[in-house]
Structures are given as structure tokens and as C-alpha cells.
Design a protein around this ligand. Structure first.
Ligand code: NDP
Ligand code: 2IT
Length: 444
């Protein structure tokens, strides 16, 4: 049996009941075969076995008191996956579906994504099964303070730097930072996505969505095309979706549909983003309200129907496995030209195959959404340098990073004989830097 197959089989045996982790590992390991065949020293050094085993997994109890005086207990996680090229870096997700499998798939993806940014950041991820939806600000604060009261001992500006992800935005980062600072008596860059008044970076809020659209435009440009005049579908209506929509619109695309976890809106005249922002960012409400406020727009209960809407470009920006094989077939049938993943692992393995077999340009998450964590690394740089860069400066760096990511994944795909296969290109290009660093460090 080949090295990658053996490692994958062992991983499944040693980590049963972790389907999302198996899925991410399968996608990554199967594409690395051509590289490890060229480098027999990797197998001798047990490199892949070490890559797929987190350096450290922290699980903890998070007790807090709700507004009714009732004691609640949630699970807290931080998976410190790989620190070969820099301190652990990756978001925290607060969502009722969070479990160890989900945090491990996100952490594994993060290692290669962070490597692709070209910046010195290792891979980590964390979170909780806490659901911020419907909670008061005081309840969210109580939860965040309790979460940080355990987490603080495991993180640090040069050790592990968490940030946001699903359910963790500016409000949560503020409460988490406040508690860290109180316990440690240190005002340092221990979290990114901080507010601008206490060490945050301009563009971090917009970065993932903007970066996604920058790399999309880059891929279209390489094909003599652009987003101008394209019909676009964006799933989700959170941080990534909103700023992807804003940038796509500013480049002349027409975004016609978005969703939240209850259902989707379709607006053939083009989404009015200020209304989505008011509903989702200001009121923390439901996207359904959009159809009541905008004439000509419709709301449909349930999410998967969104992929039946004809479009040129699809930007899944909500969550894992939101595009399955059938949804991918519907997109292809309706003539989709490009799919770029704003969310982490939004396409199933079967969906990716459908896109690739039908000539759809497919930009995988670890490349396409790397702009968020890249800008987090720029926030870290500003923190340690005690500097503050202008919006234009950060945005320019983000653009350059995304263009380099595209060039690297395109180049790696070509070099290994898989031109246009950006899953191969992204995994290989991300892996090589991490592997080189791990080999230099010896067996650790
Ligand atoms: P937000 O919490 O801001 O938004 C998440 C959006 O996705 C919401 O509209 C939410 O709907 C929807 N959603 C969440 N879970 C589901 C589900 N199970 N089914 C349908 N819809 C769902 O998160 P972000 O925008 O930050 O993150 C979105 C994706 O992007 C995630 O996959 C995340 O890992 C990834 N990502 C985020 C980065 C960042 O910088 N924030 C960076 C790179 C990737 P509702 O409002 O109903 O909950
Ligand atoms: O998935 C991701 O890359 C993020 N949620 C952002 C992580 C970060 O550290 O900015």
C-alpha cells in the first residue's frame, strides 16, 4: 500500500467517528502523493503521520449563568495543530454543531491555508458548541469570559493567536480580549479581528470576502474574463458573505441570491446589501425579512434550493458541505463557470469531482478564503511593530497576497502535471513549505 493511503487508513482507524476530519484529510493526502513520491525522506521521517496528528488538543468545560439564573455548561476546544512555520493561528467557531471532528478538519485545513499566505503562521482552530443566536449581550459576555478563563493559559501573541469564525465576530472578540487582558495584565496581539480602538487592523472585517473576490477576479483575468456583468450566487449572509457581495458588486457583478440557515432570498434585480447588513449585522435578525422589505424579491424556506438558481459564479460562504453532488450538478447544468469557496470545505468530495470533470474553475477554500487569516497576520505585524497602517495600505497588501496565492497554486498544479487543478495546486504548494520546516526541526 502506498504511503499516503496507509496514513489515511490509520488516521480513520485511530480517529473513528470524525467524518469531517476524515473528509479533509482524504482531500489533502490523496493530492500529496506526487510530492511524497519525489521525497522518500518524508516517509522515513514519518512526516505525514506527524502532520495529521495535532501537536496538542485542549478540551475544557465552559460554565456560565444565563439571564434566568440557570447554570449552563458548554464544551470548549482549542486544537493546536502545527507550529512548524509560526505560532498557531486560526479562528474560534461558536455554533451548536461544533465538535472535535469539525475543529480538527478546520485545524488541518488551516495549516496549509496559512502556509499559502506566505506569512509566518502555523495552524490551529477552536471553538464551542455554544450558540450565540438569541442570547443577550450579557449572556454572550458571560460565556466569553468563562471561555477565556480557561483558554488564556494556552495562548499568547507568540504562541497561539485565535480570531473569529462562525458565530465569533467583533462583539465576541471584544469580550474575549477584555478577559484575557484582565487575567494576564498584558495588552498584546493575542487575538486578531480586534476593534480599531484596541489594536485591530483596518480591512480585517472585510478581508475574507474581499480576498475571495480578488482571487476570483485573478482567475477570471487569467482567462481573459472578469466579474463585470456576471451573475453571482453567494450563500450565507454573515461576515464573509457580506463583504464578498460588496466587493463583487463594486466590480460590476450582479449578486442575485444569499441565505441564512433558515432559507434563501432571490432578488433578480440584484441584492441591496445595505438592507442585508441592516438585518444581519445591526439587528442580528433573519434574512427572511429582506423579501418583506424589497419588492420583487422572494424568500424560500430551506437552503439547498439556492444552487438551482442559474449563475456564472458561485461563492459558497456559509459552512461545510453546503454543496453536495446534486447541488453541484444543478450548478453545472445551469452553466456555472467558476466556484470559489469562501467557507471552509463547503463542497463535498463528490461535488468537487463534478466541478472538475465539467471544466468549472474551482478555487478551494484554503486558497480562496486565505485573505482573512492573511490580514490577521498583517494585524499581528502591526501589533508587534506598534504601528497602524491605512486602509489602502492593508488592502493593497491583501490584493498582492491573493494574487501570489493564485500564482502559487496555479504554478504548483502545472509543475506536477495537473494544470488547472487548484485542489492539487493548493495542497501541494501549502504542504511544501510546512514539510520543509518540519524536516529542518527534526523529529518533534
Ligand atoms: P458568520 O457567523 O458571520 O456567518 C455565517 C453565515 O453562514 C450566516 O449567514 C449563517 O446563518 C450561515 N450558516 C452557518 N451555519 C449554517 C448552516 N449549518 N447552514 C446554513 N447556513 C449556515 O461566519 P463567517 O462569515 O465568519 O464564516 C462563514 C464561513 O467562512 C465559515 O465556513 C468560516 O469557517 C469561513 N471563513 C471565515 C473567515 C473569517 O474571517 N470570518 C475566514 C475564512 C473562512 P445564520 O445567520 O442563520 O446563523
Ligand atoms: O478559517 C479561517 O481562516 C478563519 N476563520 C480566520 C482565522 C484567522 O486567524 O484570522
Amino acid at each position: 500500500m502506498k504511503y499516503v493511503e496507509r496514513v489515511l487508513e490509520n488516521l480513520k482507524k485511530q480517529n473513528p467517528n470524525e467524518p469531517e476530519f476524515h473528509q479533509a484529510a482524504t482531500e489533502i493526502l490523496t493530492t500529496l502523493a506526487p510530492v511524497v513520491e519525489q521525497h522518500p525522506e518524508y516517509e522515513a521521517a514519518g512526516l505525514l503521520e506527524r502532520l495529521v496528528e495535532p501537536e496538542r488538543v485542549i478540551m475544557f468545560r465552559v460554565p456560565w449563568v444565563d439571564d434566568g439564573g440557570k447554570v449552563r455548561v458548554n464544551k470548549g476546544y482549542r486544537v493546536q495543530f502545527n507550529s512548524a512555520i509560526g505560532p498557531y493561528k486560526g479562528g474560534l467557531r461558536f455554533h451548536p454543531s461544533v465538535n472535535l471532528s469539525i475543529i480538527k478538519f478546520l485545524g488541518l485545513e488551516q495549516i496549509l491555508k496559512n502556509s499559502l499566505t506566505g506569512l509566518p503562521i502555523g495552524g490551529g482552530k477552536g471553538g464551542s458548541d455554544f450558540d450565540p443566536k438569541g442570547k443577550s449581550d450579557r449572556e454572550v459576555m458571560a460565556f466569553c469570559q468563562s471561555f477565556m478563563t480557561e483558554l488564556y493559559r494556552h495562548i499568547g501573541a507568540d504562541t497561539d493567536v485565535p480570531a473569529g469564525d462562525i458565530g465569533v465576530g467583533g462583539r465576541e472578540i471584544g469580550y474575549l480580549f477584555g478577559q484575557y487582558k484582565r487575567i494576564r495584565d498584558e495588552h498584546v496581539g493575542v487575538l486578531t479581528g480586534r476593534g480599531l480602538s484596541y489594536g485591530g487592523s483596518l480591512v480585517r472585517t472585510e478581508a475574507t470576502g474581499y480576498g475571495l473576490v480578488y482571487i476570483t477576479e485573478e482567475a477570471l483575468k487569467a482567462r481573459g474574463d472578469s466579474l463585470k456583468g456576471k451573475t453571482v450566487i453567494i450563500s450565507g449572509s454573515g461576515n464573509v458573505a457580506i463583504y464578498a457581495c460588496q466587493k463583487a458588486q463594486s466590480l460590476g457583478a450582479k449578486v442575485v441570491a444569499m441565505y441564512d440557515s433558515n432559507g434563501y432570498i432571490y432578488d433578480p434585480n440584484g441584492i441591496k446589501l445595505d438592507i442585508v447588513k441592516d438585518i444581519k449585522e445591526v439587528k442580528r435578525g433573519r434574512i427572511k425579512e429582506y423579501a418583506q422589505r424589497v419588492s420583487g424579491a422572494t424568500y424560500t424556506e430551506g437552503c439547498s434550493g439556492i444552487w438551482n438558481i442559474p449563475c456564472d459564479v458561485a461563492l459558497p460562504c456559509a459552512t461545510q458541505n453546503e454543496i453536495d453532488e446534486n447541488s453541484a450538478r444543478a450548478l453545472v447544468k445551469n452553466g456555472v463557470k467558476l466556484v470559489a469557496e469562501g467557507a471552509n470545505m463547503p463542497s463535498t468530495l463528490e461535488a468537487i469531482e463534478v466541478f472538475q470533470k465539467n471544466g468549472v474553475v474551482f478555487l478551494p477554500a484554503k486558497a480562496a478564503n486565505a485573505g482573512g487569516v492573511a490580514t490577521s497576520a498583517l494585524e499581528m505585524a502591526q501589533s508587534s511593530g506598534r504601528m497602524f497602517w491605512s486602509f489602502e495600505e492593508v488592502d493593497e497588501k491583501l490584493k498582492e497576497i491573493m494574487s501570489n496565492v493564485y500564482r502559487n497554486i496555479d504554478g504548483a498544479a502545472k509543475e506536477y502535471g495537473f494544470e488547472g487543478n487548484y485542489v492539487m495546486g493548493a495542497n501541494i504548494a501549502g504542504f511544501i513549505k510546512v514539510a520543509t520546516a518540519m524536516m529542518a526541526h527534526g523529529i518533534v
